[in-house]
Ligand binder design. Sequence first.
Ligand SMILES: CC(C)(COP(=O)(O)OP(=O)(O)OC[C@H]1O[C@@H](n2cnc3c(N)ncnc32)[C@H](O)[C@@H]1OP(=O)(O)O)[C@@H](O)C(=O)NCCC(=O)NCCS
Length: 285
Amino acid sequence: MPRILILCTGNSARSQMAEGLLKSYDPRLEVLSAGTEPAAQVNPNAVRVMEEIGIDIRDARPKSVELFLGEAFHYVITVCGNAEASCPVFRGAVRRRLHFPFDDPAAASGSDEQVIEAFRRVRDQIGVRFRDFYLAHVRASTPRLRPARQTDIEAARRLLADCALGAEGLESQFPDGFAVVDSGGELVGVAGVEIYGEDGLLRSVAVAPEHRGTGQGALLVRDRLEWAVRHRLRAVYLLTTTAAEFFTRMAFWPVERDDVPEGVRASEEYSRACPASATVMSLPL
Ligand SMILES: CC(C)(COP(=O)(O)OP(=O)(O)OC[C@H]1O[C@@H](n2cnc3c(N)ncnc32)[C@H](O)[C@@H]1OP(=O)(O)O)[C@@H](O)C(=O)NCCC(=O)NCCS
């Protein structure tokens, strides 16, 4: 999940509303906001207009951008108006900088109702702009698991090669029983269960190095086991030279090669791809 920092001057209205709105699209997002000259408190009008749309920012506090200079962000987004001289420049590590200008509603003058209207208008402008940002940048690149398609096979082969895994016989049952993780159109994870009689062979479990350690491997394995249960398989077997500990966490158990059913043993993956030193594991379903 990307880390996002939203900046304005006081961190009391625009950046706080943007933070609340962005989090409302996906609570798993790590969104922070800060200002170059943090105000004493969040503007009560910002709290009020956010409450009107069901987003509670009462506990938010203005923070100094200095707090985050040592941290890395995927996106830093400035939300001050184009005319403001003090629009902050973030000096920390950033993959992408974006500037979405909004007028400062706190600068609005007139009756209380006119001022509140100015806050509502800016809130809604921020909502539209950040929703577009979320759809185009965040959701599109969030890894998603889906059934494999025939057209995924070459990308799956490349991923397996990158992960130092063989792709022998991959085409024999692909895409049936295979799932992939898609990240913005790029294939970053794969796993498949091949069927041999009443048993399954879990093979080609791989996650691109830059996506490891984020739960994609476990997700793929769980998803393939559910698939195997739906197909009423008796047990699932696998061979691994590098990840026995990972599969132990997924409830697989080492078995003797003699205990592996004939059909699984005759498969191309089992007989050709895996060296004799590989650990054979199984999970009864
Ligand atoms: C094995 C692999 C698929 C794991 O994918 P991943 O997305 O990094 O795994 P997850 O993030 O879902 O990890 C789940 C848990 O297993 C642990 N884990 C991951 N890889 C591990 C490994 N190789 N050995 C031991 N534990 C491992 C993680 O630390 C995590 O533990 P946690 O829940 O306590 O944090 C990935 O490392 C990979 O592609 N390796 C190269 C190819 C390979 O060896 N495939 C298996 C042979 S078929």
